[in-house]
Design a protein around this ligand. Sequence first.
Ligand code: G4P
Length: 283
Amino acid sequence: MHFQWYPGHMTKAKRMMQENIKLIDLVIELVDARIPISSRNPDIDELGKNKARLVLLNKADLAEDKWNDAWAEYFKAKGYSVVKVNSKKGGGIKSIQGVIREACKEKIERDRKRGILNRPVRAMVVGIPNVGKSTFINALAGKACAKTGNKPGVTKGKQWIRLNKQVELLDTPGILWPKFEDQAVGLRLAFIGSMKDEILNTEELAAELIKFLGTYYPDVLPEKYAVEPDEDPYVVLHQIAKNRNCVVRGNELNTEKAAMLLLDDFRNGRLGRLTLEYPEGVC
Ligand code: G4P
């Protein structure tokens, strides 16, 4: 899915966040484990200040686990609670309710001192488009969860999903924009398929991915497509087209088809678990 942001969308998204954030105790922020910084919203810390914070490294199944652990440490050192999650298959989901309680324990203690004993903690899920917010909410809530609010005769209000007696989740996630004006960020978002491919055409994007893989994961392309490494990414793309029989009329190689194949294989984890940015050097 591609998402096009205009200033109007951004203002509206921010306004909705500002309204909803008043109602909650905890912000559950989803980032893509392959690009945990590039998939964050630039304003999230400002929007979420004074709230308990939980960062989920989602799609952890697509990223290298040693880097997932390094990123978890990185966010923990900044004071966030962190969980590695595979929302699609349910990995990490079981621990979430406990982590939410733990992240909100100061608030629960404050309530207790004031004699408020049974108020559930309220949370909302936020993140950029395609990061996995709906998949995560479904995985966490399951089918058995009762929705609260919007009872007959009651003014239409927010819908809350009651996870248990102690935790409620706002059923609509907050959608926020990424830092796409930064070229390097835009490129990484395009690699994972969260940005319209129009910043670069498909072949240019594939060439950039080939360059990245040549530097950080030099064995991946030779193993997957039986290609020889080459300084020129377009030479490698030609080899992929040849070895995968991407041809048009006659016997002409179709490098655009090869580029799509490569990007698709990468995005779906068929090149293995790959991380595109690393905590060192990230401020
Ligand atoms: P959003 O609400 O934040 O916009 O994201 P959404 O849940 O729609 O998820 C976007 C895509 O990411 C979906 O794939 C979803 O299956 C996939 N996804 C979400 N979480 C994970 C995860 O932890 N691991 C992996 N591997 N994929 C995840 P899709 O291509 O749109 O649909 P489909 O492939 O599920 O049919």
